[in-house]
Design a protein around this ligand. Structure first.
Ligand SMILES: *[C@@H]1O[C@H](CO)[C@@H](O)[C@H](O)[C@H]1NC(C)=O
Ligand SMILES: *[C@@H]1O[C@H](CO)[C@@H](O)[C@H](O)[C@H]1NC(C)=O
Ligand SMILES: *[C@@H]1O[C@H](CO)[C@@H](O)[C@H](O)[C@H]1NC(C)=O
Ligand SMILES: *[C@@H]1O[C@H](CO)[C@@H](O)[C@H](O)[C@H]1NC(C)=O
Ligand SMILES: *[C@@H]1O[C@H](CO)[C@@H](O)[C@H](O)[C@H]1NC(C)=O
Ligand SMILES: *[C@@H]1O[C@H](CO)[C@@H](O)[C@H](O)[C@H]1NC(C)=O
Ligand SMILES: *[C@@H]1O[C@H](CO)[C@@H](O)[C@H](O)[C@H]1NC(C)=O
Ligand SMILES: *[C@@H]1O[C@H](CO)[C@@H](O)[C@H](O)[C@H]1NC(C)=O
Ligand SMILES: [Cu+2]
Length: 579
């Protein structure tokens, strides 16, 4: 009997060892191809109990989560079933090394996907981390076209922190008016602003108070609709949860907190953070974070997870989800009052959090110590022909009809495609008063781009200023396509070329793809222009980009491989036939 048991144990050991060998062998050899078929449609949905038309992927908003492992190839076959609208989808945080045509930025890297067409996006997820995807045509992101991309480490690697379970949470703000109404208002004289969002969504669920409608009986708004029941994260007491949190708000900067629980920030935009404990996380549109939460509170009750607007005077109720302690009464709303973050107009803790985010000691990629070129971008609100616009150094961006990538790579007649004069790299720094509305003179419109020497090191200093409203400066989250950048510093007031450059963090700066500039502040970043292609760099606020808050960088376009003909078909590319 004893012998049989021993034999059995030996066999089990052998099996375990064998399966480990198999796991390592197969996981290191095989990078998988993950195939997705998506159908994009308009449907009536009630994400915050108020029914409206939203853009869905395979019937849902947010769309399906892409789950992959580092090194995998993602293939998304996307059918545009919108009857009267083009589409493009951007894979936010994926650098698209070798596949710049799959970046999904309409007007920059591809022609839009026409109604009825099926388009194939194919790219490699070369780095583990928390990423997102979203529409990059018109304002489709704000209409519901978005979702998560979670890339895990190769099987033989392990994270530099421990947790038991992984959950993802995507935050958004939600407007009852359509994106068409918003866009039309933004480009009208007089300017019409849709106002603050009606609700905040956590994983596509929010709650609007239907009684606030002028005539509730005429609207489809029902607070008992299961589509708008709050998102629930169920936790087992004692376990540690990695919450991957992303924000794709159209407008709002957010604070996120979990009642009664502090948490540890460990990842930002796919890079490890030197861990720090906090009770609230500020998150700007386009950013992702991982936080570790230990389910170590009284398990006989549930807790609110909340998100609230910061940086603009909030007119939107706090967004709610439930942290549900297993096996407490499932989905039961906590009886407690929902807590929110610091005052909306208290900028100091937001700047403090930005400064606290440093690269994890054991995974620092140090930046080059000097740069080859510095581009300073003054962010202002201005008018052009009486229309409100956002501009950089007095120039407001407009998306060209023919995508730059195709025009430059295929050497089309560039004069017909975009302004050949590059936008300014600086502004009248010394004399410009960032606090004075009077300085916001008329701007000009351009779709010129910056051409960067391949593999050069580029610094960008984003300088914030006054809007056209007195004593008002907004937060702008800037997102770079195709690269991660080092965040060298943040400051308040006017950037000082000598003093502030000397204070740059070249020791342990975090790498990110999205970074805020705080009101009346500046942010400095550095990147290596080592990814051949044409890449947008823009404010991630949907309306701001629409109103010109962006620039475009080209580098090494001659090194880009053969472009797929599927990205062509618009503007100057129409008559183009590959030799
Ligand atoms: C909803 O709005 C109505 C009308 O203003 C108000 O009386 C009610 O208290 C609100 N309900 C909630 C849950 O906030
Ligand atoms: C609201 O939705 C619930 C559940 O779906 C349903 O039972 C109820 O009849 C609806 N109320 C109205 C006014 O439509
Ligand atoms: C969270 O941290 C604060 C300090 O910022 C501390 O006062 C509080 O007790 C902590 N809460 C828990 C549940 O650990
Ligand atoms: C912040 O806003 C509140 C009103 O929401 C106001 O009472 C307070 O004075 C403001 N604080 C600062 C520092 O401007
Ligand atoms: C700004 O543009 C408006 C409308 O086009 C025009 O009336 C005004 O003179 C311009 N102001 C300056 C300072 O050029
Ligand atoms: C913007 O352009 C106007 C003239 O069009 C000029 O007066 C102003 O100084 C410029 N502002 C900056 C910051 O360059
Ligand atoms: C870019 O330059 C760095 C040195 O600054 C070098 O290590 C790297 O190999 C270069 N990359 C490419 C793609 O040329
Ligand atoms: C703007 O702030 C300045 C100084 O803080 C103050 O003198 C001025 O009255 C404010 N203007 C408005 C329109 O609030
Ligand atoms: Cu902005």
């Amino acid at each position: 009997m004893v012998k049989i048991l021993e034999l059995h144990r030996a066999l089990v050991k052998l099996l375990v060892v064998w399966s480990l060998i198999c796991l390592v062998a197969f996981s290191t050899v095989e990078a998988r191809v993950r195939h997705y078929r998506w159908n994009v449609n308009y449907e009536y949905k009630s994400p915050d109990c108020f029914q409206k038309l939203v853009i869905t992927i395979n019937g849902g908003t947010p769309g399906p989560t892409i789950l992959a492992q580092q090194g995998d190839t993602i293939v998304v076959e996307l059918k545009n079933s919108l009857l009267t609208e083009n589409i493009a989808i951007h894979w936010h945080g994926i650098r698209q090394i070798g596949t710049p045509w799959s970046d999904g930025t309409e007007g920059v890297t591809q022609c839009p996907i026409l109604p009825g067409d099926t388009f194939k996006y194919k790219f490699v997820v070369d780095r583990a981390g928390t990423f997102m995807y979203h529409g990059h045509y018109g304002m489709q992101r704000a209409a519901g076209l978005y979702g998560s991309i979670i890339v895990s480490l190769p099987s033989e690697a392990s994270e530099p922190f421990a947790y038991d379970y992984d959950r993802n949470i995507i935050l958004n703000d939600w407007f009852h008016k359509s994106t068409y109404e918003e866009a039309t208002g933004l480009s009208s004289i007089p300017f019409v602003w849709i106002g603050e969002p009606q609700s905040l969504l956590i994983n596509g669920r929010g709650r609007y108070n239907c009684s606030l409608l002028a005539n509730p009986s005429l609207e489809a708004c029902n607070v008992t609709n299961p589509e708008c029941s709050p998102h629930v994260v169920t936790v087992i007491p004692g376990k540690t949860y990695r919450l991957r949190i992303g924000s794709l708000t159209a407008l709002s900067a957010l604070s996120f907190q979990i009642e009664g629980h502090n948490f540890t920030v460990v990842e930002a935009d796919g890079h490890y953070v030197e861990p720090f404990v906090t009770k609230n996380l500020f998150i700007y549109s386009g950013e992702t974070y991982s936080i570790l939460v230990k389910a170590n509170q009284d398990p006989s009750r549930n807790y609110w997870m909340t998100t609230n607007v910061v940086g603009r005077e909030p007119k939107t109720p706090t967004g709610l989800a439930i942290l549900n302690y297993y096996p407490t009464h499932f989905r039961k709303s906590p009886a407690t009052v929902q807590t929110t973050g610091p005052f909306w107009n208290d900028t100091a803790p937001r700047v403090a959090q930005s400064l606290a985010i440093k690269a994890l000691q054991s995974s620092i990629h140090t930046p080059p110590l000097t740069s080859d070129r510095t581009i300073v971008l003054l962010n202002t609100q201005n008018k052009i022909d009486g229309y409100f616009r956002w501009s950089l150094n007095n120039v407001s961006f407009s998306v060209p009809h023919t995508p730059y990538l195709i025009a430059l790579k295929e050497k089309l007649n560039l004069n017909n495609v975009f302004d050949q004069k590059p936008p300014p790299e600086n502004y009248d720094f010394k004399n410009y008063d960032i606090y004075s509305v009077a300085k916001n003179t008329n701007a000009t419109s351009s779709n010129g781009l910056y051409r960067l020497k391949f593999n050069s090191t580029v610094d960008v200093v984003l300088q914030n200023a006054n809007t056209m409203t007195a004593n008002n400066s907004e937060t702008h989250p800037w997102h770079l396509h195709g690269h991660d950048f080092w965040v060298l510093g943040y400051g308040t007031g006017k950037f000082d070329v000598t003093k502030d450059v000397a204070k740059y963090n070249l020791v342990n700066p975090i790498m990110k793809n999205t970074v805020p500039i705080h009101p009346y502040g500046w942010t400095a970043l550095r990147f290596q222009a080592d990814n051949p292609g044409v890449w947008a760099f823009h404010c991630h606020i949907e309306s701001h980009f629409y109103m010109g808050m962006g620039v475009v960088f080209e580098s090494g376009v001659e090194k880009v491989g053969k472009l797929p003909s599927s990205i062509m078909g618009c503007g100057e590319t129409k008559g183009f036939h590959r030799p």
